[in-house]
Design a protein around this ligand. Structure first.
Ligand code: ADP
Ligand code: MG
Length: 256
């Protein structure tokens, strides 16, 4: 295995309720790279991201998933996260009764614990949060509310970015982070993602829209159809997809 592989998926097949949803999918993402997956509704994009994160509902019937060289195919979601995987949800969940800052500190310290590092005390954590809040330009009052409860769409996405920047992961998977955002919020979020991205980590963006990809320039765009990656190209194909639709790139149309 190449040392710079952050994520490697080999011949993955996934079922839910005995229906095959991911069909022999392989993907390799190296450090410093940005990849995007595009595709019609129902093509399996969210399923793929949830399987990588270890969602228990899905059944991996074949294939393997490696994170930084470790086989994580059968690992618990927490272990995957501690090992450097971050999944930003399309619909971030509300957690009633759980204070946002307590939740963030718990996540932060649990990762420290896993890596045999010292936990951080509440006061020092507050200083880190203060800094991040300024960088991300998130409303400070959201820090003391319950996790995502009553947050607007844009506020939920900013909160995802806050979590993302605190956990300093290696592989960030963002599922439709752009959905429901207005143009200013999209720019703000893209800027913050760009700041987090460097040579040591990687980004997998799942999106419908070309617009996000003009702010976060991917090295590769994969088109997914019916549980498979049917086409891989450079960042330039986003514009063509916008113009011609996905059909243009699917098997039957490649020769047109
Ligand atoms: P996308 O994110 O590309 O829109 P999804 O991964 O959400 O697609 O869905 C892919 C396919 O898997 C769809 O046909 C969907 O109906 C099916 N699917 C997803 N979750 C379930 C489930 N819990 N039970 C049955 N089918 C599911
Ligand atoms: Mg989806």
């Amino acid at each position: 295995m190449d040392k710079s592989d952050i994520l490697r998926i080999d011949n993955l097949c996934v079922e839910i309720n005995e229906k095959e949803i991911i069909k022999n999918l392989s993907l390799k993402i190296q450090s410093g790279e940005i990849h995007a997956i595009m595709g019609k509704n129902g093509s399996g994009k969210s399923t793929l991201s949830k399987v990588i994160a270890g969602h228990p509902k899905y059944n991996v019937t074949k294939g393997k998933i490696f994170l930084c060289g470790d086989d994580i195919t059968d690992e618990e979601p927490e272990v995957r996260s501690h090992k450097g995987l971050f999944l930003g949800f399309q619909y971030p969940v509300e957690i009633p009764g759980v204070n946002n800052i307590d939740f963030l500190r718990l996540a932060y310290n649990s990762k420290k614990n896993f890596n045999n590092q010292d936990e951080i005390d509440p006061l020092s954590f507050l200083e880190i949060i203060d800094q991040k809040v300024k960088e991300i330009n998130i409303d400070i009052s959201l820090i003391n509310r319950n996790v995502n409860e009553g947050f607007s769409g844009g506020e939920k996405k900013k909160n995802e970015i806050l979590q993302m920047s605190l956990l300093s992961s290696r592989m960030y998977i963002l599922d439709e982070i752009d959905s429901g955002l207005d143009i200013d919020a999209l720019k703000n979020i893209s800027n913050n993602i760009n700041k987090l991205q460097d040579k040591s980590n990687s980004l997998l963006l799942i999106t419908h829209y070309e617009r996000l990809l003009s702010y976060l320039k991917p090295d590769y765009i994969h088109i997914m159809q019916d549980g498979r990656i049917v086409y891989t190209g450079g960042s330039d194909i986003a514009k063509q997809i916008e113009k011609h639709g996905y059909r243009y790139f699917t098997k039957n149309n490649l020769t047109e």
